[in-house]
Design a binder for this molecule. Structure first.
Ligand SMILES: [Zn+2]
Length: 358
């Protein structure tokens, strides 16, 4: 099924009963029309940018809320129509090349080690972050300098395994530091201050980071209210709409409430470890790159590495990836709307899903 975000209400209404019921438990969807009257002097410019004056005069906006997590997105078909091109691709390549031979290219002497030493994989080695977010904050320095070098599933798996090795060493050093978090900021646009390819790991105590703990609580509340598994229902809805891809029990979803452009959620089986996500993560990254996305964030949500007395049984290993836009663009992709209200989105999740299956 090939849909479009502007027809989401109709698509949900025509789902089979079980998927429609799950959609009703999770989503609220509304469609509205914005209108304006451009002066004739603007028509040529509008035609050039959006194809026709009519397309601008009446704009359909679809608002999607996840009423379980209270995440929300506003999709404007006009924005979705705009062609995406990364204008800064050559500039980005030049900056990557000119930053070679940095300290990350010789991590043993260019970066500090953690108190428990370093963990080394085939594709990367860990370092201790100089200015820490938390008591344990490490860096997984890729052996490859170029952050845009092709990265297949075995490289991703190796990175995930090396990073987990780091988290297990942190847990040995401090048994209370059981909450492990992995993040990947690709290039400056995504918050990466160092160009050389790397991921970062933290381990924290007391409670998981609030966004992750919040999702655990929301999923439990959903189960208590509806007697149904939230993550399963989330998959059922996206899959039925044609927004999912599944392989070996790992489910990739083009989110209907993306935090920003092209957000992809990758859900493993509850109880499985995150290396099971490697193939799907590699696929999402290569889909991003094929679409011209070079700057992106990835985050990994995991249950604690040792029991904390809370119910994590249904919480799957979950990777979230988001496109952060053109690194040459000086306008930030995140403004007051995204920080404080709801996300404004141009990319149609239905097109994102196609790239995940390609
Ligand atoms: Zn380097």
């Amino acid at each position: 099924m090939t849909g479009s975000i502007v027809d989401l209400e109709e698509a949900v209404a025509s789902l089979p009963a079980a998927a429609r019921a799950a959609a009703g438990r999770i989503l609220t969807i509304s469609t509205t029309t914005g209108r304006l009257e451009p002066p004739p002097e603007m028509h040529e410019w509008i035609r050039k940018l959006f194809g026709s004056v009519e397309a601008v005069r009446e704009q359909r906006i679809v608002r999607v809320n996840n009423q379980v997590t209270l995440e929300g997105a506003l999709f404007n078909e006009l924005r979705a129509l705009r062609p995406m091109e990364v204008k800064g691709a050559d500039e980005v390549r030049a900056i990557i090349a000119s930053s070679a031979n940095d300290p990350f290219c010789r991590p043993e002497t260019g970066t500090p080690a953690d108190v428990f030493g370093r963990v080394e994989g085939a594709y990367g080695i860990t370092a201790s972050n100089v200015a820490k977010y938390d008591g344990f904050h490490g860096v997984l320095v890729f052996k490859e300098h170029d952050p845009l070098a092709p990265m297949d599933a075995s490289a991703i798996r190796d990175h995930l395994t090396t990073a987990r090795g780091w988290a297990e060493r942190a847990l040995e050093a401090d048994p209370a530091a059981r909450y492990y978090f992995l993040m990947w900021n690709s290039l400056w646009r995504a918050g990466g201050s160092i160009v050389h390819g790397h991921m970062q790991m933290t381990a924290t105590r007391g409670m998981h980071y609030p966004r992750i703990e919040l999702l655990r609580r929301q999923a439990l509340a959903y189960d208590a209210l509806h007697g149904s598994d939230y993550f399963e229902d989330l998959w059922v809805v996206h899959d039925a709409l044609g927004l999912g891809a599944e392989a070996n029990g790992v489910r990739s979803i083009a989110s209907l409430v993306p935090i920003k452009e092209r957000e992809v959620l990758i859900l493993g089986r509850p109880g499985a470890d995150e290396s099971s996500l490697a193939t799907a993560v590699a696929r999402a990254v290569s889909a991003y790159r094929a679409a011209g996305v070079v700057s992106y964030n990835m985050a990994l949500y995991l249950p604690p590495l040792s029991p904390d007395g809370e119910d994590w049984r249904r919480f799957p290993p979950l990777a979230r990836l988001v496109d952060r836009g053109d690194p040459a663009n000086k306008t930030s992709d995140i403004g007051a709307m995204e920080l404080y209200a709801a996300s404004v989105i141009a990319a149609d999740p239905f097109r994102v899903a196609e790239t995940l299956r390609a």
